[in-house]
Design a protein around this ligand. Sequence first.
Ligand code: SF4
Ligand code: FES
Length: 258
Amino acid sequence: MITIKINNKNYEAGEGETVLPVLIREGIDIPHLCYHDALSPYGSCRLCMVEVTAGGKKGITASCTLPVSEGLEIETETPEVVQIRKVLLEMYLAEAPGSKKIQELAKKFGVVHSRFADFDIEAKGDRCVLCGLCVRACNELLGIGAINYAGRGTNSSINTPWYESSSACIGCGACAYVCPADAIDIIDRGDERIMETWNRTTLKLKECVESKQYFATEKAVEYVYGKDSDLPEDLKDLSADSRRRKKAADFVLKPRRK
Ligand code: SF4
Ligand code: FES
């Protein structure tokens, strides 16, 4: 175990950890957009900035990529750190004015206007903050890479190759699950799932043989079975609810020795 000081109080951290997970675990409130505990830290949103003192030197850096080390001292609320957060939030308000998450953070930090754009804070608009969590989920968790950064500068976006519907996307929804800005639209209609944000990539949904409910895309089910050949074939056509029911029924009906 490693001991670090946060806001003048000692905390234990694990070998190899970075500072942000410690702050989150200890309930120390710090804004962050591009961090998810299932994915590698990327350090792109810069909202998790803290003041750090190490080896007698002070600096300001992103806590999600800062490794813990014995005696590290962290301050999360210095005037400089708070000021950086506010300027960043002004930029995010200009970048993604439609994001509820950004609107909430801006409100929390008293940011009511942005010097970087003219907009109505309540207006619907862009929601993506370019944090890249969706890209990393698709790459790191699934190994698929159906989406990536595209364009430059103010035209940057996350997109499919050539801005066309993707043949690689399996419609699992992991991207939408990790997105902090609720910026990815997925529509289930009839027997189809439309990945609206990914240029309307359209996939067939699989129907549960018992409940007759659509529960996942055919491609996502094939992907899961392709990864794990030990999965029982008889569960392949069942939704999660039906699988649970079947398990419970099997347990109740199983003959037991007296
Ligand atoms: S779509 Fe969501 S997860 Fe992907 S970069 Fe934009 S805000 Fe981040
Ligand atoms: S959470 Fe650390 S830079 Fe985004």
